[in-house]
Design a binder for this molecule. Sequence first.
Ligand code: KG4
Ligand code: ZN
Length: 354
Amino acid sequence: MPACPAWLLAVETSCDDTSVAVLCGGVEAAATVSQTQVDAHAAFGGVVPETASRMHAEAIDAVCRAALDAAGIGVHQLGAVAVTVGPGLPGSLLVGLEFARGLAFGLDVPLAPVNHLEGHVAAAWLEADPQPALPAAALIVSGGHTELALVEAPGRYRVLGRTRDDAAGEAFDKAARMLGLGFPGGPAMQAAAARARAAPYRLPRAWLRGTNDFSFSGLKTALRRLLEDRLGPDEAARILRGPAARASAADPETFVPQVALAFEEAVVDVLVRKTCAAAAAWGARSIIVTGGVAANARLRREMQAAASVPLHVPPPARCTDNAAMIALAGAWAIQRGEPDARRSARVQPNLRLA
Ligand code: KG4
Ligand code: ZN
């Protein structure tokens, strides 16, 4: 197996985080520096692609320097560069790839292209003790993805199921927008749900029985219907119109948290039960939950309670997009003997895990 260089630098710019990490000896993340664009996109209720790529271009050089400084090494000590090539926003991916390619050519070191989804899986191995036992059932839940995969070995994945419409994080974001809770929606929904003192509402679950697939788009309609049923069309319209109008709606401080809780319960229930069932059916020896939605406290808690094999959930900063996970996936690619891709690497916005 080819050895991983002592120092590897990784670049992640697939969505709205500009992140650079330095990995030491192929296992330990020596430093990660990330700059989020969330404030710039919040006013639009979602990521604006043109703004995202411009902000990556403005930030990447300083983020890279800061990561090298934090790792305490000079750029000439790097032995390889890794970069996310997909899936993600084309313009954002391109900024990261061309920066990484330039760096690799300048230093005359190999370039390892990384699949962002493999990066999310790799996050479970970063400084993990014990490491996940294989095969592992991995649930990747983020703003752009909901995939359930069997990890047979690093680099060998079998996709068991995925969402047929909205990603779980996207569902949280859309529900939060409907309820006037802001962007990104997941943390706001979690905070609102935590304020509910009772759980009087229940939203439907799409089980898609006989498959490991998910569907979350029906929840939006169910949420709207719940608002209209309970409040009547006028009051529901006030809630849906945003925070200012909501202040005049009936009892928003009780109702909105209770609805947020019902929504969180519905999403988490499906994710937990389907993941545990798939893990059992495929003889998984561990379960991994990763991606931005894995930062959700209810999901972490309920998965822990339901899992019959050891559960691995990276710390929240490694669940959301970060370059440390890309660095480890890049190290795996080098150890697998994948060739230098300085000339051949292309962005692949629709790249799949397998
Ligand atoms: O992995 P990530 O940082 O970026 C993507 O690759 O999409 O995930 C971001 C997503 C957003 O949809 C956000 O609302 C969701 O993760 N998220 C959460 C929580 N924290 C972030 N969803 C539910 N509960 C949370 N605590
Ligand atoms: Zn991601």
